[in-house]
Write a protein that binds this ligand. Structure first.
Ligand code: NDP
Length: 413
């Protein structure tokens, strides 16, 4: 059994990961959290202790770490004896953390694709630019590396695989729809790191359709969806990590990602982008100060973690998968509904951080007990989704299915 977990990052998602690991420390063992700013790690541990979240008495220690320094990450892994690393730091540190896991032979996971600060929207499929180049190294070292195991990417990849395994014989379309029908009460804020959030929407929108990559602009293709609990909502085709792995497994299917946006978000985004404030390229002010406009915007917007106390409403994220069953056309919507306030009451975070932070802990539990300890690199759809969905059901993110037979909970014991 693999034990002892190192969490990297101390943002909104790390807060959830820390609380959930603490709730399952009987299985996961000693816990460590490391980030650039150690005081943020201390605050997270204090909130875990305040809630009495540790299931059994045990270690939970904070460390200062520059995760871009692969050697420093490897040293910390050795010092703490951690066998599982949950990387929920900025996506800029993925490759240095993965390299450290390969060097030390411990399990790795993240919740977003690697990014280089000065590059936006590289050539598809995105995973081939960085992560998949390390496939052989992982296999050689016997390292389990699970990529993109948040909610989207993550659980939605498992939902696609569940549709393949349980509900359909052939798959022709996978539409992933992410609706946040919550309200944070601020004039404008993003639900996770503004820099990463905007970077998602300033590049080309890649989708996989008709067996090839299609290119669109953000907000060019919109559609109204009618989803359980959140009702009718407008969502726009967006570029997203999971399209870049699912398109490889489901080559004959159309794979698209849709994200819900209100008109207000679109207006503010359009103004910021049009006047150059979302650029990742540095500019020099008249005073000779070099600044990256996107980083300035991030610095003046609310910290996503600060939205949690006042956030109300629900999210609905799921996969509409179409194909055939027994020779007839069939479709299934596999989804989860999460509640911002419930998330805050339980772990002190808003619903977006909650849906992203619970899945890597479910994956850690499955690595610890051997079920998902595959000793190679995997995207979530490469793995059996049933044990994952069962753990998620138990630890806070229940899955439901809506098809011709009705709308119901699913579980696999
Ligand atoms: P935050 O910006 O709140 O947190 C990022 C953390 O990374 C911060 O604590 C920051 O440290 C830390 N960090 C940055 N650089 C370094 C470094 N060089 N060394 C060590 N730590 C560093 O982000 P979130 O918590 O909202 O998101 C975390 C991850 O989850 C991101 O990759 C995001 O894209 C992903 N995500 C995935 C989702 C999914 O469903 N798959 C949904 C939402 C987010 P410090 O605070 O000290 O500056």
């Amino acid at each position: 059994m693999k034990k002892n977990v190192l969490i990297i990052g101390a943002g909104g998602v790390a807060q959830v990961v820390a609380h959930k690991c603490a709730q399952h420390n009987d299985v996961l063992g000693d816990l460590h959290i490391a980030s650039r700013t150690k005081s943020k790690c201390d605050d997270i541990i204090a909130s875990v202790r305040e809630k009495g979240a540790m299931k059994v008495a045990g270690t939970f220690e904070a460390h200062a770490l520059d995760a871009k320094d692969s050697g420093a990450v490897a040293d910390l892994i050795r010092k703490t004896g951690c066998q599982i690393v949950i990387n929920v730091g900025t996506p800029y540190v993925n490759m240095s953390v993965l390299d450290a896991c390969i060097a030390t032979g411990v399990a790795y996971m993240d919740t977003a694709i690697h990014e280089e600060p000065d590059k936006i929207c590289e050539t598809p499929p995105w995973y081939a630019n960085y992560e998949w180049k390390k496939r052989e190294a992982c296999e050689k070292a016997g390292v389990t590396a699970i990529l993109g195991v948040g909610f989207d990417p993550g659980v939605v990849n498992a939902y696609a695989r569940l549709a393949e395994d349980q509900f359909l014989d052939t798959i022709s379309e996978i539409d992933i729809v992410d609706i946040n029908a919550g309200s944070h009460g601020k004039y404008f804020a993003t639900n996770f790191d503004p820099e990463i959030n905007f970077r998602e929407f300033t590049g080309t929108v890649y989708s996989w359709q008709g067996g090839e990559w299609r290119e669109n602009k953000m907000f060019e293709v919109g559609k109204e969806w009618d989803l359980p609990v959140v009702g009718k909502q407008k969502a726009y085709m967006s570029g997203h990590d999971e399209v870049h792995s699912l398109s490889q497994r489901y080559k004959d299917a159309d794979v698209r990602f849709w994200m819900g946006f209100g008109d207000h978000y679109i207006n503010v985004f359009t103004v910021l982008k049009s006047i150059g404030l979302l650029s990742e390229q540095p500019v020099t002010t008249a005073e000779g100060l070099e600044v990256v406009p996107l980083k300035v915007v991030k610095a003046v917007l609310p910290d996503p973690a600060s939205l949690a106390p006042g956030y109300t409403g629900k999210t609905c994220i799921g996969d509409l998968v179409k194909g055939t069953k027994d020779g007839k056309p069939a479709e299934v919507f596999i989804y989860n509904v999460a509640d911002h306030k419930e998330a805050f009451n339980e772990v002190g975070s808003q619903g977006i951080s909650y849906t992203a932070g619970v899945p890597p802990v479910a994956a850690a539990i499955l690595i610890a007990n051997g079920t998902w300890d595959v000793k190679k690199m995997a995207n979530v759809e490469d793995l059996d989704p049933k044990p994952f969905i069962s753990v998620l059901n138990r630890i806070g993110l229940p899955t439901r299915v809506k098809d011709a037979a009705g709308d119901r909970a699913v579980d696999f014991g």
